[in-house]
Design a protein around this ligand. Structure first.
Ligand SMILES: Cc1cc2nc3c(=O)[nH]c(=O)nc-3n(C[C@H](O)[C@H](O)[C@H](O)COP(=O)(O)OP(=O)(O)OC[C@H]3O[C@@H](n4cnc5c(N)ncnc54)[C@H](O)[C@@H]3O)c2cc1C
Length: 288
């Protein structure tokens, strides 16, 4: 069932942004296909969201149809070394499922807050691990038709994938991951170590959308921003984290414009001072 003029802010970790013209939370493959066909039939743009942990939705909201793939569309199974999951599964849950089966590969994902669809789209990664190399194949819906693409067709590289460049905006519905058997104790130890690193370095006590910018060649974003004296800089309710300058956190009431203005300010200062272009890693969607 499509909901009209549906507020999206609470479906994102940042909690800002306007409504969707039409919204549907898909619970199965058929509903995903129907949502895409509805958008195609009416010539509406279609946007997919997962758990909204990598999103900055603008204050004017998103025109056309927004399909959310999250908890109602979460099913996973393990057969031998293959973990198959629908894209509403949380990455952290899949990481723990792999641990229970003594399968290694997803340890890096234990502290990443979003879902498998967003992870495939973004080629999510951390601490030297990435989802792309683990992917065997994906099921997707393109032009209202269910298809399967193999890893070789997915063009994974640093925080990008073929899904970001396809004009038809395919919706990823299921992913098969190929994992490696390993001693459970060793997997658990690695997960605990990575979680501890994350907790000590990242500002998890405030809402954010993760790392604001992609890592530019030969530089680290946090130290660059810190060197430019921008740590703690605040516009409205958006603040460069004082704990890790690579994050922008929400402090109190904020609008999407606060975040956009702060991002633009950082980009301009970093360019002026270091001649380094910072490209947002977070996905900016919708209209002003
Ligand atoms: C505190 C914090 C820490 C984070 N740490 C990391 C980290 O270490 N590494 C990392 O890579 N990311 C990190 N992130 C970002 C984020 O959690 C990941 O990118 C996550 O995989 C996004 O999943 P999501 O379900 O929230 O996707 P969303 O934010 O909802 O969407 C992200 C993008 O994916 C697209 N998308 C989502 N689902 C689908 C689908 N089914 N089909 C097609 N496209 C889809 C959306 O259109 C959007 O462009 C962090 C975020 C936070 C808040």
């Amino acid at each position: 069932m499509f909901l009209r003029n549906y507020p999206l802010a609470n479906l994102t970790s940042l909690g800002v942004g306007g409504p969707a013209d039409f919204f549907i939370q898909a619970a199965n493959l058929q509903e995903v296909v129907e949502a895409q066909r509805f958008a195609l039939d009416h010539n509406y743009p279609l946007t997919v969201i997962g758990y909204g942990t990598n999103l900055l939705i603008k204050d004017g909201g998103i025109r056309g149809v927004v399909v959310q793939i999250a908890a109602p569309f979460a099913r996973a199974k393990v057969e031998d070394t293959i973990l198959s999951a629908t894209t509403g599964c949380l990455l952290s849950s899949l990481s723990k499922l792999a641990l229970r089966h003594g399968l290694s590969g997803l340890e890096f994902a234990v502290g990443i807050p979003g879902g498998l669809g967003g992870a495939a789209y973004m080629n999510a990664g951390a601490y030297g691990g990435e989802i792309g190399p683990l992917v065997r194949s994906v099921q997707l819906v393109q032009d209202g038709v269910v298809k399967t693409w193999q890893r070789s067709e997915l063009d994974f590289s640093y925080r990008t994938s073929r899904f970001q460049t396809e004009a038809s905006r395919p919706i990823v519905t299921e992913v098969q991951l190929e994992l490696v058997p390993m001693d459970q104790g060793a997997i658990r130890q690695k997960m605990n170590d990575l979680q501890n690193q994350r907790r000590s370095k990242q500002p998890l006590e405030y809402p954010s959308a993760g790392s604001t910018f992609k890592r530019p060649p030969d530089h680290y974003v946090g130290p660059l921003i810190e060197k430019a004296g921008l740590k703690g800089l605040r516009i409205g309710g958006a603040e460069v984290s004082t704990k890790h300058a690579g994050f922008i956190v929400k402090k109190g009431e904020a609008t999407a414009k606060d975040f956009l203005d702060l991002i633009a300010t950082i980009q301009s200062v970093i360019w002026d001072q270091f001649r380094v272009r910072l490209e947002p890693e977070i996905r900016i969607l919708g209209e002003d």
